[in-house]
Design a protein around this ligand. Sequence first.
Ligand SMILES: [Cu+2]
Length: 554
Amino acid sequence: MEFRGPDISRPRIELHPEDHIYREPITQYLNWNISSSFRRPDGVLKRVFTINDLFPGPTIEARAGDTLIIAVNNTIKDESFSIHWHGLHVHQSMDGAVGVTQNPIEPGTTFVYNLTIPPDQSGTFWYHAHSGVARADGLYGGFVIHRPSPKSTVRGLLGQETSVDSDRFHYNKELLLLIGDWYHRSAPDVLSWYMRAGSFGNEPVPDSLVINGAGHFDCSMAVPARPLDCLVSSIDPPLFNMERNLAYRIRVVNTGSLAGFSLAFSHQNLELIQLDSVDVEPQQKSATSLGNLFPGQRMDFVIRTLEEADDGQGPMYMTVELDRGCFRYPNPALTPEQTFEISTMDSIQSQKENIRPKHHLDIEQVPSARSVLADLPPTAQQTHVVYTKIEKLSIRHNIPYGFFNRTSWKPQSNPPQPLNSLSKGQWDENQFSLSTGPEPVWVDLVVNNLDEGDHPFHLHGHHFYVLAIYRSSTGWGSYNPFSDARPPGLSLPEESDAQSPYDLSRAILRDTVQIPRRGYAVLRFRADNPGVWLFHCHILWHLASGMAMIVEVG
Ligand SMILES: [Cu+2]
């Protein structure tokens, strides 16, 4: 299979696990040049960031235990960057969060990231800019860690007793899809539209969506007040090819700035296998659509052609449906539900209407696999409670700012050095933090979302078990374990032990969680990766407006 599309300068879509799972860990040396160029991802001309001339950036493939030495050269004249490795538990000095773990990479300079992939991490990850809003202008890419074969030195001796992922989950090939909402204006323009009183805190609604840097936009839908340099585009030949008689593992990343989405494939059953790189409990019933996947999150699933005779015919297509829940005003330019044709190798015999019953799987309801939950202790040694909200305060000119408790986050600027190089007394007033102390410890973090909107929160350097999620229908829906006898809104199974107020058998281990408006989440994690870590909303406009705080470990 080869990637085809309107621009050929895109990263490859098909992955090559066979190059990684049977070998010993190695050190990979990568040399990246960050630049920018004008492209037409969906037909509309826009300046995007490129890495080695690719948008999105090159796909990294590695195995657990590999070391990656990535020299990032900033060749752009007047902008600075950093790169964050989303979901990977790397050394804190390599985490890429500007103001927290490093200064931005200034024009004409190079920063060398030295990443050691932990031996117990594999799955679908991604990397993206963690400075300003460059992520929304395309500074991101895929990062896939292949799970090594238990017999990594015995190439070609695949027996029943081995358990490489393709045997565990029964698939033949792997594809990577980086899917996200897309804005035709530059990200700094979008942010300044949001960060003013006149936005009333309504998040900028995207114009389009792109898959691995390609989309299709109907030029006639452009808003008259904002004319576009638009060429009719169709992704022709289709975005990718699939052979009907093969099973595929599809790795999906939400690379967007605002919207969640769900995915469906015609003629295919979808079998969810991982969320945020972690195995999930196998589902009895395979789905016809999966979602919602929110910004920063990943889902892996296996698709197979249906066995029923009539149903395996006709063109195959994939449907992406953006979650309209976060769109607070209409954007006539946007088509929130889009279909993408997938070309198949064999001839198409009929165009029979697909009439199989639909089954949508709500991926937020799927617990992690039992083997994953085995590591979850019944109680934590520490509990922290925080409150978060977007506020439009008159003392801040009614501009929307994100807060944790009383603090709206900004990268450390006085003195202008990253937090991890300063003593805590030197941190400026924009840093709200909690500290887990010197020893590795299990922590419960209760996050109360007092806001009118949902927010996907991401913790750097760690995964967390989501123990409870609650959205209230009335009032604030807050939970303070120090004063409330029970967490509001939770119904527990009868056999649950009295030791825990949460249903631990339904916990989900992930690194980014959607916390409902006027609700809360209880996140339990082992604080064992020493460093200064950001915990923040992954909606880019909210992070840029301060919806972030610091978790200090060790
Ligand atoms: Cu948010």
